[in-house]
Design a protein. Structure first.
Length: 72
């Protein structure tokens, strides 16, 4: 195994550990906050709707045109 492979494995391992640590902290916070899964799912759905609306605004051709004009 060369130095690049070892470095790659180290980086992937570090990200994996960080993800696991963040996941466990989130689980502990959710349990202590007393939020049910249904409430969290509802909040996620609301956020998805908001993101979809923002995506529609940003991808609108008139918005892009205004942005290009302002760049000039």
């Amino acid at each position: 195994m060369g130095p690049f492979e070892i470095g790659f494995v180290a980086v992937v391992g570090a990200f994996g550990y960080a993800f696991y640590e963040n996941y466990t902290k989130t689980q502990i916070k959710m349990k202590s906050a007393g939020q049910s899964n249904d409430e969290i799912k509802q909040q996620i759905e609301q956020l998805k709707e908001r993101v979809a609306t923002l995506e529609a605004i940003v991808t609108d051709k008139s918005y892009q045109l205004k942005h290009e004009i302002n760049k000039l």
